[in-house]
Every structure is written in C-alpha cells, then in structure tokens.
Design a binder for this molecule. Structure first.
Ligand SMILES: NC(=O)c1ccc[n+]([C@@H]2O[C@H](COP(=O)([O-])OP(=O)(O)OC[C@H]3O[C@@H](n4cnc5c(N)ncnc54)[C@H](O)[C@@H]3O)[C@@H](O)[C@H]2O)c1
Length: 325
C-alpha cells in the first residue's frame, strides 16, 4: 500500500515508518517538525519507497496534494500535553488537523487510521478500560483535559465522517509508549525524564505520592499493533485499545530505572505535591487497557517486558545524550 503518515518525524511516526517500509509499503510522510526531529527519519530520506514533506496538517490544500496517491492515511500528528501554555496549539492542531485528514480520506473514500489516547477515559476508576468504557473528563478549568477533549472530538468526527460520508475509519487508543526516538522531555513521558535525570545525576521528580499507575508499552509492540490495524480492513469503522496490560506505579517505574542504570549512588527521589505543579493539575489514578478486541481481531500481543524495554531505551538515551555505556 501507499500509506500517508502524518507526524512521521515524531516518536511513534518514525518507528512506524521503519516498520511499514520493512513490510514493503510505501510511506508518504508529513511533519512540520515542531516536536519531531529529522534525526528520527534521516536514514530513510534517500530510500526508495519513502517521501518526506515538511508541512502542517492545518494546511488542507497542501495535504490533499501530497496524499493524492495514498491508499490510506495514518494520522499521528498532534500536540499531546496542554500544560506549559500549549493548550491553544493542542486544541487547534488536534481538531483542525483531524478534520483535514478526514477530508483527505473523504476524497476517494480512503481509510483514515486515527491516533487517539488512553487519556480519553479520563478519571474513570473502573479499570481495565474497554473500548465502550465511559470517558470521565475533569472540569474545563484543568488544562490537561484539553488534550483528551481534542481527541474525543477527533473520534466523534471520525465516526461522523463514517456514518455521514462512508469514510472507513480505524480509531486506535494508545496507552503510554516508550522506546528509542521518544522525546527527551515531559513530552516523552515520565520514563524519558527519569532516565535523563539518572544520567545527569539529578533527583527523580515524582508527582503526587507516586502510587498512580500506567501500563507502559514498548514501541515495537505498539508499532506491531498499528501495522496490524492498518492492514485490517474487515470493519469499516472500528475503535481499538492498543497497549500493554501490565500496570506499574510511577514510584516503581522510578526505582526500576534506577536499578537498570546500575549506579553506586543512592536513589534520589524528589516528591512533588500536585498542588505545587500549578495549572490546576489533575492526575489519572490508574490506567490499564482491556485489549481483548485487538487480540481477537488483529492477533495483537504485547511481548516486550518493561525491564527489557527500559534497558533498550536507557541504552538509546545514553547514546543520544552522549553518555558512555
Ligand atoms: N506516545 C504515546 O505514548 C502516546 C500515547 C497516546 C496517544 N498518542 C498519540 O500518538 C500520536 C503520536 O504521538 P508521539 O508520541 O509520536 O508524539 P510526537 O510529538 O513524538 O510526534 C508527533 C509529531 O507530529 C508533529 N506535528 C505536531 N503538530 C503538527 C502539525 N500541526 N503539522 C504537522 N506535524 C505536526 C510533531 O512535529 C511530531 O513529529 C499523537 O497523536 C498522540 O496524541 C501517543
């Protein structure tokens, strides 16, 4: 297939591009390089079967042109963390970008595979989350929910484009992924920050008491799931959770990274109360996906244990930041 891929220079996009090329697909990649990096895709730039276009998903005419020959579009470009003043970008890019991609899919009735997030389940206490679980979103005065709401908007719009215009849509809800090419800041997730803090001999900052849990998914497992979903065409409109089902507390994540970094220094944790974070911060207490649907329909199965995945990620991050092993 010829696959249009937005957000190709980002963490998931760059890893997905490699996997799609390895399976013989052509990748027409697009990114505005606001959060992604050419470093992530430079090894593919002169490869046949790969194209890169530096442009913005808010530019519909340009996107129409570069994706004119695509059989299907995978839409990953988005802003993820509306903290630190990025709420306008998050709401704008995710809503306008999502609508534009669906418009491009509507030309020629091409499937749109849309990246959504576990964040749309919000504060729902009933884990694991099934695709039909409720979204329990906090108040609009808490900026973090802008991200979940923007993705809920995208999901609703995708399903409306399906029922209104017949566009085939696949909605994938990713649960926190990590691995090589992850962003080296909070944008990349707590594991990214903890690894860098260990390498620089700084304290590992734990928000709240650290008992909040996540189910971290190694990037190769997530990419396997996205590839399987991209090649699955039996259902014209489908929503799927993709993630690892093993949950770990943030405190245990910090301790595991400390152990895997093999240092003689004592563990240095800095507890940061939610109240001191600012921006009316609210956290999600637990996050575990029910992946029965992806298992049954796609044969999706996460394989990489967190210890193994973090080991590879630490090695990569050491190299990228110029620390010796
Ligand atoms: N990483 C995760 O754990 C995770 C979890 C849940 C959902 N997701 C979703 O998966 C997708 C990819 O996430 P990621 O972790 O790879 O993020 P990322 O920030 O690494 O990649 C996103 C890419 O989109 C690009 N981009 C942003 N705005 C753009 C615009 N206006 N026009 C063109 N390109 C633009 C960025 O430059 C970046 O390269 C996102 O939609 C995100 O919401 C990710």
């Amino acid at each position: 297939m010829r696959i249009g891929l937005t957000g190709v220079a980002g963490f998931i996009g760059s890893n997905l591009a490699d996997a799609l090329l390895a399976r013989g697909h052509t990748v027409i990649g697009l990114d505005n390089l606001s959060m992604g990096s050419l470093r992530n895709i430079e090894h593919n730039l002169n490869r046949s079967g790969f194209e890169f276009h530096e442009l913005d998903v808010r530019d519909l005419p340009a996107m129409r042109e570069v994706f004119a020959s695509a059989d299907l579009i995978v839409h990953l470009a988005a802003y993820k963390i509306p903290r630190y003043g990025k709420a306008i970008d998050t709401l704008e890019i995710n809503s306008i970008g999502g609508k534009n991609v669906l418009e491009v899919g509507r030309d020629g009735n091409r499937r749109v595979v849309l990246a959504s997030t576990s964040d749309i389940y919000g504060k729902n206490p009933n884990v694991p989350f099934h695709e039909l679980s409720d979204s329990l979103i906090g108040p609009t005065t808490v900026p973090r929910w802008a991200y979940a709401v923007s993705k809920l908007f995208d999901e609703h719009l995708a399903l409306a484009y399906h029922s209104g215009y017949g566009v085939p849509v696949t909605i994938l809800r990713f649960f926190g992924s990590y691995g090589p090419n992850q962003h080296l800041s909070w944008w990349g997730g707590p594991q990214s920050v903890f690894i860098e803090a260990m390498l620089r001999d700084q304290p590992l900052e734990i928000h709240g008491d650290g008992t909040q849990t996540r189910s971290f998914t190694y990037i190769s497992d997530l990419v396997d799931g996205i590839v399987l979903a991209t090649e699955y065409d039996k259902d014209p409109a489908i929503v799927l959770n993709l993630g690892n089902t093993k949950e770990i507390t943030i405190l245990d994540l910090a301790k595991l990274i400390y152990e895997l970094c093999r240092t003689s220094r004592p563990l240095n944790l800095k507890m940061v109360p939610y109240a001191s974070i600012g921006g009316n911060y609210e956290d999600v207490p637990r996050r575990i996906p029910d992946i029965t649907r992806a298992r049954t329909l796609l044969g999706f199965e996460p394989r990489i244990d967190i210890r193994e995945g973090l080991g590879k990620t630490i090695e990569w991050q050491r190299r990228i930041l110029g620390f010796s092993s």
